[in-house]
Design a protein around this ligand. Sequence first.
Ligand SMILES: Nc1ncnc2c1ncn2[C@@H]1O[C@H](COP(=O)(O)OP(=O)(O)O)[C@@H](O)[C@H]1O
Ligand SMILES: Cc1cn([C@H]2C[C@H](O)[C@@H](COP(=O)(O)OP(=O)(O)O)O2)c(=O)[nH]c1=O
Ligand SMILES: [Mg+2]
Length: 180
Amino acid sequence: MDRAPPPQPVTDRTTEIGQLISSYLGREKNLEDHTIHLLFSANRWEHVPMMKEKLQQGITVVVDRYAFSGVAFTSAKGNFGLDWCKQPDVGLPKPDLILFLQLNPEAAAERGNFGQERYETSSFQEKVLQCFYCLMEDKTLNWKTVDASKSIEDLHREIKSIAKETMQEVQNKPLGELWK
Ligand SMILES: Nc1ncnc2c1ncn2[C@@H]1O[C@H](COP(=O)(O)OP(=O)(O)O)[C@@H](O)[C@H]1O
Ligand SMILES: Cc1cn([C@H]2C[C@H](O)[C@@H](COP(=O)(O)OP(=O)(O)O)O2)c(=O)[nH]c1=O
Ligand SMILES: [Mg+2]
């Protein structure tokens, strides 16, 4: 059996920055668009020492969303250049694999937990999706798309297999820096 630690979510809503983000997403607090973008990035940077420590110990780090959501969500607002959006996250630990779980919006809506928070509207999500497609054109990153309409068990099996393959491939490679 694998004894991997539980995945670390990044948006971590427990830090002071995370609490600001959480109240913004819950519409309790309004923040200017540049400000929230930088807070999301800061919330990643505050985890970098811990991530590097784990990686140095040979632990595989699994991150939910990461800088790609940062760029996709802010650039979907329409008044931000892609370069500006990427800049605060330049130099973060570079992922060896980025899994994009593809699911059509109707199926996603049926799964519940949709529509409460800021950004959770179909029209905005459609713009975010286009921004993700744009990010996926970057061939210096190892994007893999998986079909998320499968059952949790089948999806788990597929992801585990891709992850194991990647772990083999990169075990002797140095850690890279994102977008550098
Ligand atoms: N492959 C799957 N098949 C069926 N239901 C799923 C699958 N993956 C997630 N779910 C369910 O869909 C809901 C939303 O999933 P989640 O991963 O939390 O999405 P998000 O991060 O986009 O909010 C949860 O109730 C979860 O149990
Ligand atoms: C990580 C990140 C998420 N987001 C958005 C995507 C989500 O709408 C929201 C919260 O993300 P998250 O806390 O990962 O929740 P979930 O995946 O369960 O919806 O914040 C950004 O706008 N920028 C970011 O840098
Ligand atoms: Mg999520």
